[in-house]
Ligand binder design. Structure first.
Ligand SMILES: Cc1cc2nc3c(=O)[nH]c(=O)nc-3n(C[C@H](O)[C@H](O)[C@H](O)COP(=O)(O)OP(=O)(O)OC[C@H]3O[C@@H](n4cnc5c(N)ncnc54)[C@H](O)[C@@H]3O)c2cc1C
Length: 495
């Protein structure tokens, strides 16, 4: 039997989606050129070091580590060998506006006890939430996440019965499901928080996202000693060891096609150099792909319909001492969650924001000099058409002050201990990573049809494929790695 020919593949963008695609294609024996605009690979999965502190600048929480084990396994290594993973015991601590607090733990029984202590009588509701979350995830994993979804027949083929569609709980919103499950408004707020894992709005996102607490409980919440960005280093090394060529500082200016509607033939770099290829895998935001690299009104329309995820306003803080109220991951909830998302939908940064803090030094003392702490602070804010204007003219400084005031009101006593402070605005995210509008997860998951409106993995020309947060199945580290698996299988099937 004749074997299919080896392909030449160009991967545009070295974010986690692009790295994962390069690893899979190189492991399948293809010639791979990964072209990354900036000087390092990893994209949003980054780190920043200053004054002896190290901060994550993007993701701070790793879930579904087996997705990366599987990937690194293709290069003969593993997450444990290539990085230094730590499974967190306290997965997240929550402080509510009324001063009450609870923590989710790695052990479901311990989490149940925490919930009962916070809200006596609520443990059975938590049990119901967990059971539903498990059903949603196990169904979604073998259906929606296991392949492309633009072909309804292929999706139906992965379903055991039409009941699978209901099992993923797509009809109510996450807020409706939470309010039907929990009588205590604090637990409703806690459950709604999971919409933000997809840069979305709990009042619009399907209840499907309620599966995330199950993923966290069953598969753990992970940190990496040395920072999550060490995963990007490991993926880059794995791609290279499999024979992929990784070129940083290399911006792609155009995807080339053979005539109108024709097959892709490679890419032209911003420098003018042409790199020929049989297939092009785009890890850039689909909005950038279809507006700049391969102008296509139909592609742009699809991106518009899908809608952008939220952006993030980040403070990288270094402080003396140690804030006792903070664990590795801490959420300080506002008193008005609904109002925050109304603000975001209206294009305004929330006036009274919920604040997420990652104190990486709790797990990795090397993140801060002795006697200090290193804090990554994140607030959900809207993405916008023009983030540079939205965050210029003193807006960033004023908002940094507002966020620090929230921390002060929560008695963290932080401002007086600060020795270092930097802000990363949506405009910075857009400029550094090509995150269109500053969107941190690519497309949003708002609306029942969100999964079907995302730009599909199969591009709009033969030989063009999309991975990464703006394509199926969406943003977040494990999902963009899954998009690469879907695309690698699609390329194999197309040969
Ligand atoms: C502040 C923040 C917090 C987050 N928190 C979490 C978290 O805790 N957990 C989690 O799982 N996820 C989190 N995420 C989301 C996660 O980072 C992303 O979903 C994921 O990293 C996106 O990977 P990607 O491959 O889609 O693209 P990106 O990381 O955006 O990579 C795209 C790459 O393409 C390059 N590029 C763009 N244009 C060109 C061009 N023309 N030529 C060549 N290269 C180009 C860019 O430089 C970039 O490196 C967070 C993101 C941010 C910003």
């Amino acid at each position: 039997m004749a074997t299919a020919p080896r392909l030449s593949a160009v991967v545009v963008g070295g974010g986690v989606g692009g790295l994962a695609a390069a690893i899979r294609l190189a492991a399948a024996g293809h010639d791979v050129n990964l072209l990354e605009r900036s000087e390092r690979v990893g994209g949003k999965l980054g780190r920043h070091q200053a004054a002896g502190f190290t901060w994550e600048t993007g993701p701070s929480l790793l879930t579904l580590p087996e997705v990366f084990d599987d990937l690194l396994g293709l290069a003969g290594t593993s997450l444990a060998d290539a990085c230094r993973p730590v499974r967190l015991d306290v997965t997240c601590r929550y402080h509510f506006a009324d001063g009450s607090t609870f923590a989710t733990r790695d052990d479901p029984a311990a989490t149940r006890a925490q919930i009962e202590a916070l809200s006596p009588g609520s443990a059975p509701a938590w049990d119901r939430w967990r059971q539903r979350a498990e059903r949603v995830w196990t169904t979604a994993e073998r259906t929606f996440f296991a392949g492309p979804i633009e072909d309804p027949r292929a999706l139906a083929g992965r379903m055991r019965s039409p009941l699978d569609l209901l099992a993923i709980d797509p009809l109510p919103t996450l807020h409706q499901r939470a309010a039907r499950t929990f009588a205590d408004p604090r637990l409703v707020q806690w459950a709604c928080r999971y919409a933000t894992y997809a840069g979305s709005d709990p009042w619009r996102v399907p209840a499907t996202l309620g599966c995330i607490p199950h993923i966290e409980q069953a598969h753990g919440c992970w940190a990496l000693r040395g920072g999550l960005a060490t995963l990007a280093d490991a993926l880059g090394a794995a791609a290279t060891s499999l024979g992929a060529t990784v070129r940083t500082g290399t911006e792609v200016g155009a995807v080339l096609v053979d005539g109108p509607g024709g097959r892709v033939s490679g890419v032209r770099l911003a420098s003018g150099e042409v790199v020929a290829a049989d297939v092009v895998v785009a890890d850039v935001d689909a909005a950038h792909l279809y507006a700049d690299l391969l102008p296509d009104p139909g592609g742009r329309r699809r991106v518009r319909v899908a809608g952008r995820s939220t952006s993030g306003f980040v403070l990288l803080l270094g402080a003396t001492g140690r804030t006792e109220a903070l664990d590795h991951h801490t959420v300080l909830f506002s008193g008005g969650y609904r109002r925050e998302f109304v603000d975001i939908a209206a294009g305004r940064p929330p006036s009274d924001p919920t604040v997420y803090v990652c104190a990486a030094d709790r797990t990795d003392p090397s993140a801060a000099p002795a006697g200090h702490e290193s804090l990554f602070v994140l607030v959900n804010v809207p993405s916008s058409d023009d983030p540079a204007t939205a965050w210029g003219g003193g807006q960033a400084e004023a908002y940094a002050d507002r966020v620090l005031a929230v921390l002060d009101r929560r008695d963290l006593d932080l401002r007086r201990r600060l020795v270092h402070q930097e802000a990363v605005t949506p405009a910075d995210l857009a400029a550094r990573h090509g995150a269109v509008g500053g969107a941190i997860y690519g497309t949003s998951s708002n609306g029942r049809r969100a999964a079907f409106t995302r730009p599909p993995n199969r591009g709009r020309r033969p030989g063009l494929y999309l991975v990464g947060g703006s394509s199926h199945p969406g943003g977040g580290l494990p999902l963009v790695a899954l998009s690469a698996r879907i695309v690698a299988e699609m390329i194999e099937a197309d040969r």
